[in-house]
Design a protein around this ligand. Structure first.
Ligand code: URA
Length: 215
């Protein structure tokens, strides 16, 4: 089976997942988007309201900002793969706790990564950093530093786009530059390990043209 077929099979299984309480309070599970053959995978926290409505990761305000940051760093969403630590939106958009993140990610995210075998992972924000690194790591201190995940993948963390959306003034400018440098570092490493791979299409993807509201 090809990587694309294996991921499609996993996505089909994910659609029927009812293994934890989180599934009760959301519209449906939210999987991944992008190119299964990408050497570069972005891991966010979990679906928010817009992601739950559309069934697509990082399609709401955070995703729109991520798309702009990717474009600046010469990448587009169709040429990388975006996914989340957890697959169901927690009620009231609360941050998932470590136990919830582990329970979900061991069942789904780990299997995605096992199939994709990315050369580089970018952890977006603290939840992804705590899961892919360890709970002692801090996004403000450890972003921009390479580490190896338990599954053996090279990973770098950067600020979650939702964090950027809460900043203003000088802090916003500084955080945006940090994200830009982290994304370029990730792309350059992935490029070095997968020479010739195209990380950018001619135009950014318009996710709202590809996904319809599922409510
Ligand atoms: N935040 C995330 O981390 N992931 C999403 O899919 C949406 C918002």
């Amino acid at each position: 089976m090809s990587v694309r077929e294996e991921l499609a099979k996993l996505e089909n299984e994910l659609k029927h997942c009812e293994q934890c309480e989180l599934r009760r309070d959301c519209i449906g599970t939210c999987g991944w988007f992008g190119n299964p053959g990408s050497p570069l995978v972005f891991v966010g926290e979990g679906p928010g309201q817009v992601e739950d409505e559309y069934g697509c990761p990082l399609i709401g305000p955070s995703g729109q900002l991520l798309d702009k940051a990717l474009w600046a760093a010469k990448m587009t969403r169709d040429r990388v793969l975006t996914t989340n630590v957890i697959k169901c939106r927690p009620k009231g958009n609360r941050t998932p706790d470590i136990a919830e993140a582990e329970y979900c990610a061991k069942r789904w995210l780990n299997r995605e990564l096992e199939i994709i075998q990315p050369k580089v992972i970018v952890a977006l924000g603290g939840v992804a950093l705590h899961y892919l690194g360890n709970p002692e790591m801090r996004i403000t201190r450890d972003r921009g530093q390479w580490f190896r995940t338990e599954q053996g993948f090279d990973c770098i963390a950067t600020y979650h786009p939702a964090y950027l959306l809460r900043q203003y003034g000088r802090q916003l400018v500084a955080a945006k530059w940090d994200v830009f440098h982290d994304l370029v570092a990730a792309r350059e490493r992935a490029e070095m390990l997968s020479p010739g791979y195209q990380f950018m299409s001619e135009a950014p993807v318009q996710l709202f043209k590809l996904y319809k509201k599922r409510v």
